[in-house]
Design a protein around this ligand. Structure first.
Ligand SMILES: Nc1nc2c(c(=O)[nH]1)N=C([C@H](O)[C@H](O)COP(=O)(O)OP(=O)(O)OP(=O)(O)O)CN2
Ligand SMILES: [Zn+2]
Length: 148
């Protein structure tokens, strides 16, 4: 079982849910300045997704926990991140599979799914741990504008 304390995110919504998961994936960071990380290596990524909103759907869910897992775990588990060419690139640093970029892209994938639902929930935080000593927190609405 994954049990961890996460940083909390400030937001104006009534409901907040969190989904934990892990996935095993390989990657390399295609830059000389990444040192050893430019070689192919693997991680068991630990991911915490925070979704918030004011309205529930017809099932009484903000979003189905299992749908969040399906979107990310099914896509990335036991894959080579760099091979996901629609998401990552060896040419564009904003698309290198660094922890920062993976966190943002995971958020974008979840938000694209949420945008297709009538209750319009928001992915407000991604916590992505790459190693026991390294993690990133991504907050898409850090400026406070939730597009309401
Ligand atoms: N800002 C970032 N820095 C680094 C990233 C990254 O994605 N963003 N990635 C790496 C490597 O891919 C590596 O997987 C993780 O590096 P590091 O935390 O240094 O790994 P260690 O387990 O060796 O850490 P120790 O605490 O020294 O044991 C590097 N940097
Ligand atoms: Zn790595």
């Amino acid at each position: 079982m994954i049990q961890q304390i996460y940083p909390s995110v400030m937001h104006p919504f009534r409901y907040e849910l969190n989904k934990d998961m892990h996935f095993a994936a390989a990657h390399y960071v295609p830059s000389e300045s990444a040192g050893a990380c430019s070689n192919v290596h693997g991680h068991t990524y630990f991911l915490n997704v925070t979704v918030a909103g004011n309205e529930l759907d017809e099932t009484g869910f903000l979003v189905n926990f299992s749908q969040i897992k399906k979107l990310i775990h099914d896509r990335f588990d036991h894959t080579m991140l760099n091979d996901h060419s629609s998401l990552f690139s060896d040419e564009d640093p904003s698309r290198f599979p660094t922890t920062e970029n993976v966190a943002r892209i995971v958020c974008e994938l979840i938000q694209a799914y949420l945008d297709r639902s009538a209750n319009k929930a928001k992915c407000v935080q991604i916590f992505l741990r790459e190693t026991p000593t390294s993690y990133v927190v991504y907050r898409p609405y850090a400026g406070g504008n939730y597009g309401e």
